[in-house]
Design a protein around this ligand. Sequence first.
Ligand SMILES: O=C(O)C(=O)Cc1ccccc1
Length: 292
Amino acid sequence: MYTVGYLGPKGTFTKMAVDGLFDNVNAEGFATIPACIDAVNDGKIDLGVVPLENAIEGSVHLTLDYLIHQVRLPIVAEAIVPIKQHLLVHPSFDGELKDITSVHSHSHAIAQCHQFIHKNLFGAEIHYTSSTGQAAQQVELDGGTIAAIGNELAAKEYGLKIWKREIHDYENNHTRFAVLQREETPIQIKNVENQGYKTTVLVTLPRDYAGALHQVLSAFSWRRMNLSRIESRPMKTGLGNYFFIIDVEQEYDHVLFPGVQAELEALGCQMNILGSYPTYLLSEDINTVENK
Ligand SMILES: O=C(O)C(=O)Cc1ccccc1
């Protein structure tokens, strides 16, 4: 049985991703994303599930930066999870929205609900937590007039009342989660069909010159390799120096990718593969918890 790490405590979206991907695993919660990645790297757990990107708020920089700068673990699968954010209160709360004095959640969850907070919780203090689960735990402990933003699983785990459902500002809210493994071996995923494959590459340019990025993209383009995302992250060596993280919508092969790599190296660029992996789209039902 795998031991799978996730960003805990119980009731986070990362835990929902674990439940959606795996049957019969030993799930272990970690307080931070780096702690979960380190545990995979140190061989303490078999797999780690970490958030990569949200449709409303964009990349999870902590995950990307830790994977780029600290611990290069291969991404072996991706889960795309439909996200529904709810406003959770203590069961003893019987006030109105205007009575809520503070709202607690992970910065990404707060950002997905900025408009809702601005219009309905104006004046409430915002408290950032390390996860939505931790925010829900806080509401269970403190009660009173504080609220958390999180999912139905958290409401169940911490005995909270869902005061208002689906408060995220835009529809089609999804988060991508990466499954990390120390050494790539085939992994057993629940009975869900994968939607295809992606390969994520990291490219560094030798220096800033006119058309450098255009040349990099051309290496993919003339080979008809479709890109689904390009993101720049600071190299942390000074302003203007970036890594480019590029998702290619196909599985790694031994012709096209080495061809791109040779072409980029001839330009003085470096290219590293961060993973080539199947992508799983999890069902909306994952947001609904049975036997509440
Ligand atoms: O807070 C949660 O519920 C998480 O699972 C962490 C997280 C962080 C950033 C984007 C999505 C999920």
